[in-house]
Design a protein around this ligand. Structure first.
Ligand code: DX5
Ligand code: ZN
Length: 256
């Protein structure tokens, strides 16, 4: 609203250049996106995982999902300790952030979460999520992420019950439920996530109705209806999006 007010004032004073106009349009679009993600969904939000992109053409593949109307760009950070795989650090994620026109959703799969939060905070992602199984002081870390101007999220492995984070729900903006064991793309969907999402949804209604539910792993057009019906707000999809025979935009729209 402030943006629109400034715009009106400048128009009245005849102070609006073409550059101003373009900048204003970009800002309105970005704040619309953010408001859209903050409020409960009208439709399923889609966060393609760049883990399945072609890293030789990473900027191209990031632009493709943004132009294909994704809602977030999901970035999987693995350290080779918490999970048996190693992915990308801040230098590569900075290149992703430059290519992206949608907000970043950083999923940490690491030991020493606080160290990685410091590494990625300067890139101003929309969300940083960390695994509850790897954090001794989750409440403190949630506060730290928020104090850096980033929306905190907590991730649960397939064996972790949603009830274990009941008393953290009022402090987080999103809970990420893993529907595969973290570490690799292209794994089979673990169907117990549907029951976990339903149980989480009931807790969220009680503790913090604004909190979003995200599901990550093995998501495709085969299980999207189950997830929608369970109250999931955002899905992460790597191989379904990047390996879709009709291209990334068709895959994204099949999940909405
Ligand atoms: C797994 C990652 C996922 C992965 C999803 O540890 O967190 O984000 O890239 O890939 P698919 O959709 O192929 O299971
Ligand atoms: Zn992920």
């Amino acid at each position: 609203m402030n943006i629109l007010w400034d715009y009106r004032q400048k128009l009245l004073k005849g102070l609006l250049s073409l550059e101003d106009l373009l900048f204003t349009a970009l800002k309105v679009r970005y704040s619309y996106n953010n408001a859209y993600i903050k409020d409960k969904r009208i439709r399923m939000l889609v966060a393609p995982s760049i883990l399945s992109a072609d890293f030789g053409s990473l900027a191209h593949d990031v632009k493709a999902i943004c132009e294909g109307e994704c809602d977030l760009v999901h970035v999987d950070v693995m350290d080779g300790h918490f999970v048996p795989n190693l992915t990308i650090g801040p230098v590569v994620v900075e290149a992703v952030a430059k290519a992206a026109t949608k907000p970043l959703d950083i999923h940490l799969m690491v030991e020493n979460n606080s160290f990685f939060v410091d590494l990625f905070a300067p890139l101003k992602p929309e969300f940083i999520s960390f695994h509850i199984e790897e954090e001794k002081h989750p409440h403190r870390l949630v506060q730290k992420i928020r104090s850096l101007g980033i929306r905190p999220a907590i991730t649960l492995n397939p064996h972790t019950p949603p009830e274990s984070i009941e008393f953290l729900l009022e402090d987080v903006d999103m809970v990420l439920l893993m529907s595969v064991n973290p570490g690799f793309g292209g794994q089979m969907f673990i169907v117990n996530v549907v029951e976990r999402a339903e149980r989480l949804k009931a807790l969220i209604e009680k503790r913090n109705p604004k909190c979003l539910i995200e599901v990550d792993g093995g998501v495709s057009d085969k299980n999207i209806k189950l997830l929608k019906d369970a109250g999931v707000d955002i899905v992460v999809a790597g191989s379904f999006v990047y390996k879709h025979p009709e291209g990334v935009a068709t895959a994204i729209s099949a999940l909405k």
